[in-house]
Ligand binder design. Structure first.
Ligand SMILES: *Cc1c(COP(=O)(O)O)cnc(C)c1O
Length: 222
């Protein structure tokens, strides 16, 4: 099946309100353009260099999502144009993004990456750490970022029950954060959970964004 057909069959499984981020990492521009010509506009990359290079080559109305870990010294390359940064995991990084946003006269939308206990990744914050950030007075001073919600990944496993529990755990963290007084940053409404293997479960558990690569563009060979 081609890219356009793949997009269609995934969208059939998602409520229309869910944003489908097509993860194009390692794939040729040609396939990205097939999705673009089918009307798709939200694309994700996990490396800054790849994202910037692609944004320079491809149409300007694409909404680029940075879905991988972002080192703070690279935020400046994304700040002029990035649509959303999904993997923010420290106050330090938020401050840098804020500074670069100010230089570009933009408010940059971010998601806090939350890690779940059983996951081995070193990236992401615990629920408590995320709460501490949004409750800190210095967070209130950041006028050039907007935290729109959280990003999370379930364990890579066949165990559907475990994946569902993990999405529910992420949902609980989302609700805790949403319940805090976020000051002016009160449009906290996005959950970016779900990839090729678990996006339908994520949708059943109420995700608002899914990040899908291999189901759209085919398996990656590294
Ligand atoms: C690669 C990647 C995805 C997409 O993975 P697939 O399994 O190919 O859908 C989603 N999120 C992040 C953070 C990724 O790095």
């Amino acid at each position: 099946m081609g890219v356009a057909e793949n997009l269609l069959s995934i969208k059939k499984n998602l409520p229309p309100s869910v944003t489908l981020v097509a993860v194009s990492k390692t794939k040729p521009d040609k396939l990205v353009m097939e999705a673009y010509e089918a009307g798709h506009r939200d694309f994700g990359e996990n490396k800054v260099q790849d994202l910037v290079a692609r944004a320079e080559r491809l149409p300007g109305d694409i909404r680029w999502h940075m879905i991988g870990h972002l080192q703070s010294n690279k935020a400046k390359y994304l700040a002029p144009f990035v649509h959303m940064i999904h993997g923010v995991d420290s106050m330090k990084l938020l401050k840098v993004i804020n500074k670069e946003g100010a230089k570009n006269n933009r408010v940059i939308e971010c998601l806090i990456q939350v890690r779940i206990a059983s996951e081995e990744t070193k990236f992401g914050l615990s629920g408590e750490e995320a709460l501490r950030i949004v409750q800190s007075p210095e967070f209130r001073d950041l006028k050039n970022i907007r935290i729109r919600g959280i990003m999370g990944m379930a364990t890579y496993t066949e165990n559907q029950g475990q994946i569902r529990e993990e999405f529910q755990h992420l949902n609980a963290i989302f609700e805790d954060l949403k319940a805090t007084d976020l000051g002016e940053q009160d449009d906290f409404d996005q959950r970016s959970f779900g990839m090729s293997g678990d996006y339908q479960l994520a949708a059943e558990e109420g995700t608002t964004m899914v990040r899908i690569g291999s189901l759209i563009f085919g398996p990656r060979d590294y």
